[in-house]
Write a protein that binds this ligand. Structure first.
Ligand code: KIV
Length: 291
């Protein structure tokens, strides 16, 4: 896709010079340098997940500046129970679709479980696929101190890295889905993890399911932006899984999700209306036919 048209460019808030990422005038592909500059200005920004070109194009037109092709695709898009089975081939295919559907957002591709844990060289090989074959502008991987060597090599090789600490869903089998960083020792470990990934060169850090006070402290401590999910309002940015936030996910969603729409109902009602029309003979009408 080409650059956004004037009509598609998100509206600038009059007189608000502090905004560039959302509601600002950037009408080219956003880069990690824009993200770094936003932290210096104190600008907050939204990130959403995306797994396909069509949905990504809607979010791009809405002005969402950063999209994560998360391995949450596993449970939100591909029908797996967790993110663990997701493969690098799947992430490459989904990431390429999201890149094709967007012209402005920075696209971050998630490295799936098993594609970087062996060490820095495996991480570089996997990240290179996401950059070369899918065209992402950055990759994300899970882990703090334990992943710092991988982050260092990727950054040295010219691949921007978003780190992910706190609850790391790829470790569900050992960690479960529990709040992280509770208690003095766990909080100190989270701070060490945050500093380790920053020192290794990460341009941003996702903090998942950690107490709001701790997330705010990490945010004050780091010079790179923090992206919270279930981490309160004190982080520099927020991320939500799009199917949760638009009400498409079936069943319960986590407490930290705010639902902005009920797409599951909208789509279900539309599908039923179509089916009724077909069985009742009221669709198609003459206007839908060719002669
Ligand atoms: O895979 C994903 O969607 C994520 C976000 C929850 C941060 O890692």
């Amino acid at each position: 896709m080409t650059q956004l048209s004037a009509a598609q460019t998100p509206q600038h808030t009059p007189g608000d010079g502090s905004r560039a990422l959302y509601g600002g005038r950037i009408n080219r592909r956003i880069t990690v340098r824009d993200i770094t500059a936003a932290k210096e200005r104190g600008e907050k920004w939204p990130m959403l997940t995306a797994y396909d070109a069509t949905t990504a194009s809607v979010f791009d037109e809405a002005g969402i500046p950063v999209m994560l092709v998360g391995d949450s695709a596993g449970n939100c898009h591909l029908g797996y129970e967790t993110t663990v089975p997701v493969t690098l081939d799947e992430m490459t295919m989904l990431s390429a679709a999201v890149v094709r559907g967007t012209s402005r957002a920075l696209i971050v591709g998630d490295l799936p479980f098993g594609s970087y844990q062996e060490g820095p060289v495996q991480a570089l090989r996997s990240a290179t696929r996401l950059v070369k074959e899918a065209g992402v502008g950055a990759v994300k991987l899970e882990g703090g101190e334990r992943s710092h060597r991988q982050i260092e090599l990727l950054v040295e090789s010219g691949i921007p890295v978003m780190a992910h600490i706190g609850l790391t869903p790829q470790s569900v089998n050992s960690m479960g889905y529990r709040v992280q960083g509770r208690g003095e020792e766990a909080a100190q470990q989270l701070l060490r993890d945050a500093k380790a990934v920053q020192d290794a060169g990460a341009f941003a850090v996702v903090l998942e399911l950690v107490p709001a006070e701790l997330a705010a402290e990490v945010t004050r401590t780091l010079h790179v932006p923090t992206v919270g999910i279930g981490a309160g309002s004190g982080t520099d940015a927020q991320v939500l899984v799009w199917t949760d936030m638009l009400g498409l996910t079936g069943g319960r969603v986590p407490k930290f999700v705010k639902q902005y729409a009920d797409l599951r109902k909208v789509m279900g009602d539309a599908a039923k209306a179509y089916a009724e029309d077909v069985v009742g003979g009221t669709f198609p009408q003459d206007e839908h036919a060719v002669h």
